[in-house]
Design a protein around this ligand. Structure first.
Ligand code: PLP
Length: 392
């Protein structure tokens, strides 16, 4: 008897993440410099860890409200108002979740009926399409291009739109491209969302890691708060990936719908992580800015090196990812990534792990030490030169 027949058909058809697939190969190798995994190399700042330890010492070991600790929701409300210019009521417009991952899942489960469509710009974070498929929705990718620094344009959105589209997912700055949109571009996207009556899920998890220009939240645009769910978390800016803590803000009826799903699945986010998150919001800004300064320096170095090496690379305005063009070497992104790994022991992720529009590119994450980045780019240089001499 084959137990596989018990698996739901839409899960059988779900592809495994292209990143995991690739890193199974990496895990079997020695002396690899990984520019692959998208998480800070910094440990969580000590004062945040200490707040969680102290919470445990005080016996904070119980369930919290389904929406999360009210002190945390108050801190989130102040933080979002100060940094994103949009106000949410802590009582019923904010829900604390197990990372942005859970917030995304809750939103899709609470809002999508089977067969409804979700627009998202691509290349994009690996979870968007599968999360839509898991609730029997249909994903509609909208391409972004290197020539636009991977900003999403209203023209591309209009070209991709189809009847039945209900939700637009935005991720600015974007994983994997580091692309983002300026105020005029966001205004045009907002106008399009109103015209087509779309609800926007705005995943702003990399917003603190914006290196130049202002970060503009679509939720702050006139008329958008009522049609936007703002998603944010602590993983990237505060180096808290393992804590699994994030949040969603939006109109109270939508937050309540998400809360129903959360209540029956997760119940609440870990209280210890919630206590750490309060500390991060109240006193974590200096530590966050110090990490951002490090990322900024690394970004400038890596982008300069890629362009010197002959892999055209736009300047990502935010996030900790670069997305250089490797098609210029005559290899596909997968051939390039596997060849680089085998020849020089450097791991980057083939761009197609982030959707078909990532063809010809690889993602290289610079959330690793400056010294490692010097060594990694020297190795990449050697590999590209060897391809060039081999191609002659
Ligand atoms: N959204 C984007 C765009 C991401 O890149 C990631 C993680 O890589 C997540 C969400 C997941 O974040 P969290 O750790 O808060 O679940």
């Amino acid at each position: 008897m084959d137990p596989k027949r018990f698996i739901a058909s839409h899960v059988v058809d779900l592809p495994k993440s292209g990143i995991r697939d690739f890193f199974e190969i990496v895990a079997k190798m020695k002396n690899v410099i990984s520019l692959g995994i998208g998480e800070p190399d910094f440990d969580t700042p000590w004062h945040i860890r200490e707040a969680a330890i102290y919470a445990l010492e005080k016996g904070k070991t119980h369930y919290t409200s389904n929406l999360g600790l009210i002190e945390l929701r108050r801190a989130i409300s102040r933080y979002v108002e100060r940094n994103f210019s949009v106000g949410y009521k802590p009582e019923d417009e904010i829900i604390v979740t197990v990372g942005v991952s859970e917030a995304l899942d809750l939103a899709f489960r609470a809002l999508l009926n089977p067969g409804e469509k979700v627009l998202y710009h691509q290349p994009c974070y690996v979870s968007y399409h599968p999360s839509v498929t898991l609730v029997h929705g249909i994903g509609v990718p909208v391409p972004t291009f290197a020539k636009d620094n991977f900003a999403l344009t209203a023209e591309a959105l209009a070209a991709a739109w189809q009847p039945g589209c209900k939700i637009l997912v935005l991720n600015l700055p974007c994983n994997p491209t580091g692309g983002t949109c300026n105020r005029q571009q966001i205004e045009a996207i907002a106008k399009f969302a109103v015209e087509k009556d779309l609800l926007v899920l705005s995943d702003e998890i990399y917003s603190e890691l914006t290196f130049e220009g202002e970060h503009v939240s679509i939720a702050s645009m006139p008329g958008m708060k009522e049609r936007t769910i703002f998603l944010h978390g602590f993983s990237k800016a505060f180096a808290m990936t393992g804590w699994r803590i994030g949040y969603a803000c939006g109109p109270s009826v939508l937050i309540e719908a998400m809360m129903k799903v959360h209540q029956y699945s997760m119940m609440c986010a870990s209280i210890i992580s919630q206590e750490g998150a309060i500390e991060a919001l109240l006193r974590g800004e200096d530590g966050m800015k110090a990490m951002r300064d490090q990322y900024h320096r690394r970004r400038d170095f890596v982008v300069r090196r890629f362009n010197e090496i002959g892999l055209p690379c736009h300047l990502p305005r935010g996030s900790f990812y670069t997305f250089p063009n490797v098609a210029v070497t005559g290899k596909t992104e997968r051939e390039f990534a596997i060849g680089l790994l085998e020849a020089e022991r450097v791991a980057v992720v083939p761009g197609t792990a982030f959707g078909a529009n990532g063809a010809g590119f690889v993602r290289a994450c610079f959330a690793t030490s400056y010294e490692q980045l010097i060594e990694a780019t020297d190795r990449i240089d050697r590999y590209v030169q060897s391809l060039r001499s081999g191609n002659k």
